[in-house]
Design a protein around this ligand. Structure first.
Ligand code: DGY
Length: 319
């Protein structure tokens, strides 16, 4: 059996595949494989590991009907046409759970960095602009006792909420399609309407999937309803916020700051105005990028491939 992997995954996953006598070919170029190349190369393989935003859409799936399994190196599966995969009976695996802690750490890091203008002040030092000590300019805001609003209380949202309660005794409210009773019982999170989430959150952190319902959800009319002292955090998908509306909201001081690990498009252009704003911190989609988490993700990817090639249900199957 042969698997094609579209990027570098942690060695533990590669070893596991080898132990199961699966022959591995990896994309080694320093750029994302393009669609035509991926379709062509997949003709010679039984399974695919998709690393990054490859579109596993109807055209791809119809051209690669012979694939026995596709394993995503991500929890998000907005790049996959699940309906067509189901119709063609190509199981799709993903990596939930193992990356929740690391991704929540990234959201927490952005929240703290924004609240103290850390990235902006760091850039000033690099530019030689650390002058004399002044007690009042460029002040941050404190997080103690503030309200965290979680948009999408799943595994990652819950981890973020726990960190904010532990570090700052924050009150937690959330909005989901359905109530998360387990989160309510475990940490006392309170379910609120979307409007209430906007009106009450001091920090609003997005942890939902990108779907037709969440695409562009955070636009100008939404930012207008948030508190002028609030911080917007997105570690989920860049498509969930409207980037030019976010820039307007920050310029017009509708909200206080923003922390982004995801942008639209990715990579973000180096001349994006967000990169020079005082209360903004941007990271290059590193949510799950720790050695431990990437190793756990690679193991899960390998287990999904091994099961798929045996015709078994995947340990984490999207459908
Ligand atoms: C995920 O796991 O979905 C990460 O955002 C990487 O794409």
């Amino acid at each position: 059996m042969k698997v094609f992997i579209t990027g570098n995954i942690a060695e533990s996953g590669i070893e596991l595949l080898k132990e199961n006598n699966i022959a591995i070919t990896q994309w080694k170029e320093n750029r994302q494989i393009n669609r035509g190349e991926l379709i062509e190369v997949c003709q010679g393989f039984d399974a695919l590991v998709s690393v990054g935003p490859n579109k596993i859409d109807a055209d791809f799936l119809n051209a690669c009907k012979h694939l026995k399994v596709v394993a995503l190196h991500s929890v998000g599966f907005d790049n996959v046409d699940i309906k067509i995969a189901k119709q063609l009976n190509i199981p799709i695996g993903n990596t939930p759970g193992v990356l929740s802690g690391a991704t929540a750490d990234t959201a927490f890091l952005l929240m703290l960095a924004v609240s103290r203008k850390a990235f902006y002040l760091h850039k000033k030092i690099i530019k030689g602009q650390w002058e004399n000590y002044e007690p009042t300019p460029e002040l941050g805001i404190e997080l103690n006792g503030k309200t965290l609003g979680v948009f999408g209380m799943g595994k990652i949202g819950l981890e973020m909420a726990k960190k904010c309660i532990g570090a700052y005794g924050m009150r937690v409210i959330y909005h989901n399609r359905h109530k998360n009773e387990a989160a309510e019982n475990e940490i006392g999170a309170k379910y609120v309407s979307f409007e209430e989430l906007l009106e009450q959150s001091d920090v609003l952190s997005v942890h939902t999937a990108l779907t037709p319902e969440t695409k562009g959800k955070f636009n100008l009319s939404v930012f207008e309803k948030m508190k002028p002292q609030s911080i917007f955090i997105n570690t989920a998908r860049g498509g969930i916020h409207n980037e030019s509306d976010l820039i307007t909201a920050l310029n017009e001081k509708l909200i206080w700051g923003a922390g982004l690990d995801v942008t639209n498009p990715e990579p973000m252009n180096a001349d994006n105005p967000l990169l020079n704003m005082e209360s903004v911190a941007v990271l290059p989609h590193i949510g799950s990028a720790t050695a431990e988490t990437r190793s756990a993700m690679a193991n899960l990817v390998a287990r999904n491939i091994i099961a798929g090639l045996k015709g078994e249900k995947l340990p984490h199957q999207v459908f």
